[in-house]
Ligand binder design. Structure first.
Ligand code: ATP
Length: 245
């Protein structure tokens, strides 16, 4: 059974138009969204989360998104936006703990919430930064904190808009390996095609707001990528390959 079903989705804004006839995503799939700048990847994520309203049907486990109360949505999916900031002077461990809000009783966090936050700090290589103020971190450090917060939400569907932006190669590999080993569904716009091909098992290719292809890794051909990005793509040996130690 499809966990997420999108049918006849249409959205218009100024001269941009997004149209998706039918996409079904099963529980646990790791789906990368590929496409050139402005092709509609972030817009699609925002529609899937209900942050933007289009025409058509988006349903989770056969329930229409519109019928799902906001507090339930936060238990169903989490979102790492392309850009996110924290302007108040919270420290790293507080920001990560805030990911537990959808599960907290009132305003208080349980011991379990704190234990899970601790685990996320460790997984995202943040333990040494835990007392630092978020606003005083580097770009990549901030990104890892926001990722830890999103993963701490423990929602079965995780939307990550370019999760490795600002991350160095080691942390990029660690994050993708971490995501690949989790049971949750991951849906993520990614710009690095080689990384996407390595860590995701399904690819939605967007072009000018339309779904050009919905393929698995072995169907992701240079011809298809050439059509998607309007550049010549060939398959060869990379000058450098990176493997996490
Ligand atoms: N807040 C906004 N208001 C008006 N138009 C917007 C807004 N955000 C994006 N757009 C436009 O909507 C279209 C799709 O943008 P979107 O951000 O979804 O692209 P994207 O594929 O995620 O691009 P990128 O790879 O650059 O992140 C673009 O034409 C963009 O200029």
């Amino acid at each position: 059974m499809a966990e997420l079903r999108v049918e006849n989705l249409q959205f218009s804004r100024d001269d941009f138009r997004l149209q998706l006839d039918m996409v079904e995503i099963k529980s646990g799939e790791k789906v990368a969204i590929l496409g050139e700048n402005g092709s509609g990847k972030s817009t699609l994520l925002q529609l899937l989360c209900g942050l933007l309203q289009g025409h058509g049907t988006i349903s989770y486990n056969n329930q229409s998104l519109q019928e799902i109360p906001f507090n339930k949505r936060a238990q169903l999916f989490s979102l790492l936006p392309q850009f996110s900031e924290v302007i108040f002077p919270f420290c790293v461990e507080e920001v990560v703990l805030f990911g537990r809000f959808p599960h907290a009783q009132g305003n208080s966090f349980s011991d379990e919430d704190k234990k899970l936050s601790e685990q996320q700090l460790e997984k995202l290589d943040l333990l040494h930064l835990r007392k630092r103020q978020f606003t005083q971190l580097s770009g990549g450090e901030k990104r890892r904190v926001m990722l830890a917060r999103v993963l701490n939400q423990q929602a079965p569907i995780i939307y990550l808009d370019e999760p490795n932006s600002s991350l160095d190669i080691r942390h990029t590999l660690e994050i993708f390996e971490l995501l690949g080993g989790r049971n949750e569904t991951v849906i993520s716009p990614v710009h690095d095609i080689n990384l996407a091909e390595r860590f995701f098992d399904r690819f939605l290719l967007l072009k000018h707001g339309r779904l050009l292809a919905d393929v698995t890794g072995d169907q992701l051909t240079p011809e298809l990528l050439t059509e998607t990005y309007d550049v010549q793509v060939t398959c060869g040996t990379a000058a450098f390959t990176f493997q996490h130690q």
